[in-house]
Design a protein around this ligand. Structure first.
Ligand code: SPV
Ligand code: MG
Length: 312
């Protein structure tokens, strides 16, 4: 048990949830602090408690946190430090956005390091290195050769030592403007190469594109045993609920950047308020209290234990 009385992270949890066909909701984290907030988030919906099932370590928000554009700049060393801090801050499965994975040899090392660190899996996208962010309307999106990308997946699979770390192949065909048939063909090839799951990405405003992929994939691979769980990232088509996406057949939904975007909005408002009012009083209403920050990071609990020690 850990200090909160929770069982220690079960490294196979994500694989298990997918095998059970339990719907999986991911929330983005870009720091240990945002991971604590996302891990503890809880809502009661129709009397049933709902929480996130896993943490998504986004490349967009990891880049933004470092003040650089999401263009696969070489920074996996510093990202590894953040990933380890995030792993220390949660018992939930942590899924890492590995961009394109780089060249196959680099991807082998990435898989081994992430597996050893305790991550639940990695997602790599089938674009050429260095990729451009998929939500950008005016970036050139160039897909990798199917055979090359399949070999990268196989080499990553062979590099893993255990059988719980998963590799997810992310299809960028719709982002690159290719027809859905191309994405289905790639899903089949990447599955043959060993991909444990598929992520279909889209920046359309409506979910029709990704729902169309799901239908075409099911038609092309009629035996459910031969299909892989399909993930989606409803950032742009966000009027549909995660529940509706699960009912349509998606296995997992990733809320990919929201904690960073929320803090960006709040930080800008607070910074302006401090200048306008020339004091912080007016900003208090849009900041959490220092005491809440203490609670989130376990400060109050540690002080209580200090007191127990002093009176013992
Ligand atoms: C990320 O969160 O870094 C992603 C998703 O890769 S997207 O920004 O939509 O490409
Ligand atoms: Mg990314």
């Amino acid at each position: 048990m850990n200090r909160d009385g929770l069982p220690y992270m079960d490294r196979g949890r994500l694989r298990q949830l997918l095998a059970q066909r339990s719907p999986v909701r991911f929330i983005e984290a870009h720091s240990a602090f945002s991971c604590l907030v996302g891990s503890r988030a809880n809502a009661s919906v129709d009397g049933i408690s709902r929480e996130f099932d896993g943490i998504w370590v986004s490349s967009l928000t990891s880049s933004a946190t470092r003040g650089v554009p999401d263009m696969e700049l070489h920074m996996f060393e510093s990202r590894m430090d953040t990933i380890r801090e995030i792993l220390d801050a949660t018992e939930k499965p942590v899924l890492v956005d590995g961009d394109t994975g780089g060249e196959a040899a680099a991807f082998e090392f990435l898989c081994r390091r992430l597996e050893r660190a305790g991550a639940a899996g990695v997602v790599i996208e089938d674009k050429v290195f260095p990729k451009r962010n998929s939500l950008s309307e005016d970036s050139r999106q160039v897909l990798e050769d199917v055979g090359e990308f399949s070999r990268k997946i196989s080499r990553g699979k062979r590099a893993c030592r255990g059988d719980v770390f998963i590799i997810i192949a992310r299809l960028e065909g719709l982002i690159a403007g290719l027809p859905v048939e191309d994405a289905v063909h790639r899903a089949i090839e990447y599955t043959k190469a060993g991909a444990d799951a598929i992520l279909i990405h889209s920046r359309a405003r409506s979910p029709d594109e990704v729902l169309g992929f799901l239908a075409a994939y099911s038609a092309a691979v009629p035996d459910p045993g031969d299909r892989r769980p399909v993930f989606c990232v409803p950032t742009t088509y966000n009027q549909i609920s995660a529940d509706a996406l699960f009912s349509a057949g998606f296995a997992a939904v990733i809320h990919a950047n929201h904690l960073l975007r929320a803090s960006h909005l709040a930080m800008r408002a607070v910074a302006s308020s401090l200048l306008e009012s020339d004091r912080s009083f007016e900003a208090d209403g849009i900041c959490t209290s220092v005491s809440e920050v203490f609670s989130e990071t376990g400060y109050h609990a540690a002080v209580a234990r200090d007191k127990e020690g002093a009176s013992a």
